[in-house]
Ligand binder design. Sequence first.
Ligand SMILES: Cc1ncc(COP(=O)(O)O)c(C=O)c1O
Length: 226
Amino acid sequence: MSTLTNLTQERRLVTAIPGPKSTEALKRRTEATSGGLGMAIPVVIERASDAILLDIDGNQIIDLGSGIGVTGVGNSAQRVVDRVIEQVQAFTHTCFTVAPYMNYIEVCEKLNAMTPGSHKKKSILVNSGAEAVENAVKIARHYTKRPAIVVFEHSYHGRTNLTMALTAKNMPYKEGFGPFAPEVYRVPMPYSFHWVGDQQLFRTMPLRWLHIKLKKKLEHITLLRF
Ligand SMILES: Cc1ncc(COP(=O)(O)O)c(C=O)c1O
């Protein structure tokens, strides 16, 4: 089985950016889609293959964004396309908790094998990173019976209500969207490259600051490790 898209792997501009068709389409975008949606490049994509995007004006652009770094195998990789076609021909929707299917089990087995540690592991597949973080908090709270969560300064955890509370950066993620969930505590990241101050202390100081910050509250804390 072969894909329709097979572009030469080169940057090739045939119009100004954005071209006339993208300019028209982006007017419709402005009219039809929420103003909160950002846009990294002002062109509308028609097709893509490997590292090249083809816009609706015929410009070929190098895909340095790559869906924010999530498509390491390149656009429309043949094996991915073949498996997607195979899957939608087999069935398009069922819910694993209603009627299980092999692919879910096989992906979990693969994740269990690939992630660090030789201990027994189990996995759950969810829709997004934010949902994964929310579930990790639920599992940790239920198991430890402790409500509070420790997160690192400057960290990003998502845009749902709980993960907004965990996310450090106010703009554009949190401004005006509160109130947020309580019992969230921030500590510095023990990472030598970004550590300001004495390099000898970057491992021990974050934990010491956590103790100082929380004092008597420590019995409520659940430490999350990702
Ligand atoms: C560390 C981390 N946690 C959570 C998320 C949220 O993932 P999603 O946008 O899929 O909800 C991201 C997304 O970039 C992330 O980088």
